[in-house]
Ligand binder design. Sequence first.
Ligand code: 9MR
Length: 611
Amino acid sequence: MGAAVAAGLALGALTAPAAVAADHSGPRGAGAARPKVDTGSPVRVNQVGYPTHGPKKGTVVTPATKPLTWTLRDADGIRRAGGTTTPAGVDRSSRQNVQTIDFSEVTAPGTGYTITIGGKKSEPFTIGDNLYGSLRSDALAYFYHNRSGIKIDKKFVGDAYARPAGHDKKAPHRGDTEARCTKGVCDYRRDVSGGWYDAGDHGKYVVNGGISVAQLMSMYERTLTAPGADAAPLGDGRLRVPERGNGTPDVLDEARWEMDFLMRMQVPKGKPFAGMAFHKVHDKQWTGLPTRPDQDKQPRELRAPSTAATLNLAATAAQAARLFQPYDAEYAARCLEVARTAWDAAKAHPKKYAGDKDSVGGGAYGDRDVRDEFYWAASELFITTGEDTYRKAFLTSPLHGDTDALFPRVSGVSWASVAGLGALDLATVPNSLTGEQRAAVRSTVTKAADRYASFSAKSAYGVPYAPKGGAYEWGSNSQVLNNMVVLATAHDLTGKPRYRDAVLRGMDYLLGGNPLNQSYVTGYGERDSHNQHHRFWAHQLDPKLPHPAPGSLAGGPNSGLEDPISKKRMKGCAPAMCYTDDIMAFSTNEITINWNAPLAWISSYVADQER
Ligand code: 9MR
């Protein structure tokens, strides 16, 4: 559990041209209390659409306090349904007066539906049962696109997105194949090639890689136990990865690309801190935007091993060991061996923390509370081996059985709070806990889900996220999604529709049913984010470069406004409106593996509900 908000990161260290005008933000009048933003129609809907048998809700921003009439029309403009709105008062996240619309009764499939209120028409949307299948594969394609150390092949991504391998042997400084440590950390070089780039930057961080690869593995593992879950769309030959056709599910192939990197980050035998994992590898100095990965001229550096990184390695390698067993037993055995040595090394060095300040050339990912990492790693090692050492380790953890500690109010799980990953797996994956112990873990999951469902029910936008004090945090969209993962798991465990409905309402929020009328996923919805902060997908700065690939999730509103563009444009913004689709607004508009991973997980879950 670390400080999720770090101050004033120079993430963008900017050699980029002066920021290009944003799409959705206008200038702010001097002395104005709030930034002026073009939010389009006041009638807000999920711009992708609504599953035939799910809840169908929208929101209208209006000064009116009495119910209004809504009309639903089809693509030909013919009236298909109508009703009245429900006044909802002032929405805290936007500080706007709003009313809600409920058209759940409409179940006729179709595209191009709109809702009109007082002459104002919503963006068009679909009602149907095949809405989320493409998002499942696009959200996963994000990972292949962002692989390090391998050519991104046009066969899988098309011409615009193809690029040479980044940070491989040929890079200006032999890339990540012979990475050095920062001074004083090690006197040898390591091959830490491969893995995924973290985000808009080219850093590779074990703590963030850990939660991301775990969620990719879990979206697959869920299909082995959840009622009605379909493993086929994640299976061999189904995704756009070079390993397709090798007999292993494609989603596991993608996960292995990262697992191999994480294992390379382990300090070798005979060296100081052997068995631990280096915290991260990244550029010595920040590069500017745009920079294609193969054109990065900065030297790469490994930073000191940390207990948090080591436990991320232990947890994910233990999970990989059980999932790869049927496909590659030798690899599975190697993963388990790595997991065990990492656990032992973390026990030997339980307080080797990464600080919050090391943010030159890469992010800090500092964390000085590793009780949650111990909980997660022990759970995964126990599920895979059934051994008592690991069982005792989580059963005696102060976090065990404590819903609020396992699933903090703000976010079910996050890179800095990973105990819930262990609890979710203990609740769903077969293991040798007693029936009573298993029931206790499951009840922490459903209690947390009850809390997130009540957030959703209380919000006029249905968002299952309610940070204390109301301030939205860096990467708020991922926190919304991670709460949805807890809700979806509670639905898998109990079958109660209200958990599923809260997940679907969360999708509405992310795909346009929100105070900015903004779909935060590239390529999905009429008003989608497409200028996210990324060093290659930098079309806004260089028209020869592509926009982010479809299925890329923007971090979303961040009340902290922790970059110069956001500070300048959005001073005084209401929490859910602190967002601008500008490439330099890195504290609200970055994209990263640990945000796309829960997007992929949830897309798979919602696609399963449609069948
Ligand atoms: O996701 C991270 C967020 O929780 C922190 O508040 C923020 C500042 O420390 O950093 C975020 O992570 C960034 C990382 O440091 C570098 N790569 C991009 C990540 C997403 O913005």
